[in-house]
Design a protein around this ligand. Structure first.
Ligand code: MG
Length: 430
């Protein structure tokens, strides 16, 4: 049971990732409370210095500033974060090719065979990984290694930031006793409430339940988590990037909120164009379109409709978007964001195009979309866009519109929407 080779699932999680990247890029920010999300007025990420002051993700900026007026507040720079993310995953792939990119700053890896390859124990693998990320990227990450994905994720959280935990089978009960049930990956608030109502407060108490009662109470997903917590692998690593999608959405918050109908519609249309471009990039067609308008007081109205045919063309979806918009828009209401959702997706390859739908005009629309996508990819998003998008210029400039610093100093060959060169700064000498 105690074979050292069954403890092979690694989870790595960057510490306060977006804020950490900003600190890695700008030495003046290191050691200071830093948050990102200036463009939305809500904190997207907080550095550990900010977290120590009680400032965390989801807090409104004015609330955070009340806690610490000298807070460094930065606009999100997702292009740069994505480059750092790729770099983090490429460092992980030096240890093993078996890597699942779970989110922008989290990955799972299977180290099976890795200890022999590297000639060291799991602890040393975790140290080497953390050292490489720290010296090459100026970031800290936390690493967990255990028998299953669920346990590895528990371990990476155990000593955060800049920590590592290897959990072997013989120490499972110690860790599980210290883990509140609602901190287990896969146990959401509803499941946690059901377990708490039965007096199950820790992961350990949960693993002691009878299998039949777990299935009855939490069904298959809960049962799978129950197995994983006991060190029995159920969740496999997803090694191939996703190729099929059920839905896609694009949303954007704008400041200041606006009651200007043309402007709010232009925002919705921009999101629709971005969602359709993504749909075409991933070679899918949509059957449904949905729109959500969020008012200044955070109440939201949403509606959806079925498209006349499976489509990825702007000109076929736009009239329906207009109808949804006219149904939802309330004059004199101030809006802060719009979100467009595409559903009922079908991959182009698996789609039987109706003979009557594959008409010459529709084929021309396809050529038009391709040409527009190529231009926008080359010269930046919305270089070619519907004329109604010009109504976006109705929006007055707001401090939240300030672009990330990195966009003001692009390298040759880079475009604002396409940063290609990771700017890395070495961490402070230890
Ligand atoms: Mg993280």
């Amino acid at each position: 049971m105690n074979s050292p080779s069954d403890c092979t699932i690694l989870h790595v999680d960057a510490d306060g990732f977006f804020a950490g990247v900003e600190q890695a890029l700008n030495p003046a920010l290191r050691g200071r409370p830093v948050v990102t999300g200036a463009e939305r007025g809500i904190i997207a990420a907080a550095s550990y210095e900010a977290k120590a002051l009680g400032i965390k993700r989801g807090l409104q900026l004015h609330e955070a500033r009340a806690l610490y007026p000298d807070l460094a507040v930065l606009p999100s720079d997702y292009e740069t974060y994505s480059l750092y993310s790729q770099r983090l995953f490429s460092i992980l792939r030096r240890f093993t090719p078996n890597v699942e990119e779970y989110s922008i700053d989290e990955a799972f890896a299977d180290l099976q065979g890795c200890d022999k390859l590297l000639g060291c124990a799991q602890e040393r693998v975790a140290e080497k990984l953390r050292d490489a990320v720290r010296t090459e990227m100026g970031l800290t990450v936390s690493v967990g290694i255990s028998l299953t994905k669920t346990l590895a994720k528990l371990c990476s959280k155990f000593r955060k930031p800049d920590g590592q935990t290897v959990l072997r089978r013989e120490h499972l009960p110690i860790m599980l006793r210290r883990t509140p049930i609602d901190k287990v990956w896969g146990i959401g608030p509803a499941s946690a409430a059901k377990l708490l109502a039965r007096g199950i407060t820790t992961a350990h108490a949960f693993t002691l339940m009878e299998a039949a009662s777990v299935i009855k109470l939490l069904h298959k997903p809960g049962y799978e988590t129950w197995l994983e917590l006991q060190g029995r692998q159920v969740f496999k690593l997803e090694l191939n990037p996703k190729t099929e999608y059920a839905s896609m959405m694009k949303g954007h918050t704008f400041s200041p909120p606006s009651a200007e109908q043309h402007l709010v519609f232009a925002e919705a249309l921009k999101n629709m164009a971005a969602a359709l471009a993504k749909l075409r990039r991933h070679r899918h067609l949509a059957r449904e379109i949905g729109l959500c308008l969020r008012a200044q007081d955070y109440t939201a109205q949403a509606a959806a409709a079925t498209l006349p045919a499976l489509t990825a063309h702007d000109s076929e979806a736009a009239p329906l978007l207009r109808q949804l918009f006219d149904r939802l828009f309330v004059p004199a209401q101030n809006y802060r964001s719009t979100m467009v959702w595409l559903g009922g997706l079908v991959p182009v390859s698996g789609c039987q195009m109706d003979l009557f739908q594959n008409t010459p005009p529709r084929r021309l629309l396809g050529h038009l979309d391709q040409a527009v996508d190529r231009l926008n990819l080359r010269y930046g998003q919305n270089t070619v866009a519907p004329a109604a998008l010009m109504d976006q210029q109705l929006k007055p400039w707001h401090p939240r519109d300030a672009a990330p610093e990195r966009f003001r100093q692009t390298y040759r060959g880079e475009r604002l929407r396409h940063l290609a060169i990771p700017r890395m700064t070495l961490s402070n000498p230890v």
